[in-house]
Design a protein around this ligand. Structure first.
Ligand code: KIV
Length: 272
């Protein structure tokens, strides 16, 4: 289905809410560095998420827990320097907002001041209500994140689909409403049944951006390295690969090695 798109010179949190009310789906991808962010922004992506998935994708950690606030600020400031149009959302990493509201506000302020990001995202519902309130009160826009929340992986034990049972689905619906009531401008729903995700999106005025949450939500987010096929060992059902960069890069690098070894590179035109 094609929808008439309004041109946004700059995407803001207000643009996202407007897109939802106009029925225009929101496109969001992750970015952690300058070069990738420049390509994605130039292609017209609406939102770049400096996700704490940088912990896995950039640093090779098993979970998102180890990444620090300083590291997130480094990634986010690299992304901000690259972009001209899109909205930049920065994840508050694990351990920087759960302990108390004062620390949560300090962490969010550091992200805004030191990276130039436009807003923050954090995981959880009623458990982090007071931190969200305090951050919002300081004028910092907040995106929520419910469903599979990778910072709580040791509580869940697995990365399987969340909220399949009625009790967890009810809590998720309540939390989504709470996040809207508190003043969050949008919400990520990760790995929940499509029917539940649609129900949540239909019940809210703020946009719901899904990852593994079906097509009934207001936008989609994927990890860029996965959708470009740079990673190849991660194959969840929800992932569509738009390129096979892993094999493409492998072939290119093998050719380069061969060219160096055989002194095919550099040739006469490639030297001074
Ligand atoms: O950190 C991240 O990449 C995320 C997305 C999976 C939504 O939070």
């Amino acid at each position: 289905m094609s929808v008439a798109k309004k041109e946004y010179k700059r995407v803001t949190v207000k643009s996202l809410i407007e897109m939802k009310s106009n029925g225009e789906k929101i496109s969001m991808l992750t970015a952690y560095d300058y070069t990738m962010a420049k390509i994605l922004d130039h292609a017209g992506i609406d939102v770049l998420l400096v996700g704490d998935s940088a912990s896995n994708v950039m640093a090779g950690h098993e979970t998102t827990l180890p990444i620090t606030l300083d590291e997130m600020i480094y990634h986010a400031s690299s992304v901000v320097r690259a972009i001209k149009r899109c909205l930049v959302v920065v994840d508050l990493p694990f351990g920087t907002y759960q302990a108390d509201t004062k620390e949560a506000l300090r962490s969010a302020i550091r992200i805004m001041k030191e990276s130039g990001g436009h807003c923050i995202k954090l995981e959880g519902g009623s458990e982090v209500k007071n931190s969200i309130k305090r951050i919002l009160k300081a004028g910092i826009p907040v995106m929520g994140h419910l469903g599979l929340t990778p910072q709580s992986i040791y509580k869940f034990g697995t990365y399987t689909v969340r909220a399949k049972e009625a009790e967890e689905a009810e809590k998720l619906k309540k939390d989504a409403l709470l996040l809207q009531k508190l003043g969050c401008f949008a919400l990520v729903l990760e790995k929940v049944p499509a029917k539940l995700a649609k129900e949540v999106a239909d019940s809210l005025t703020i946009p719901v951006i899904g990852i593994g949450a079906g097509s009934g939500v207001d936008g989609q987010v994927l990890v860029t390295h996965d959708m470009l096929g740079m990673t190849h060992e991660f194959n969840p059902r929800f992932l569509r690969r738009y390129l096979d960069m892993y094999n493409g890069m492998n072939t290119a690098v093998k050719q380069y090695i061969d060219d160096v070894k055989t002194v095919d590179f550099p040739n006469e035109k490639e030297q001074y």
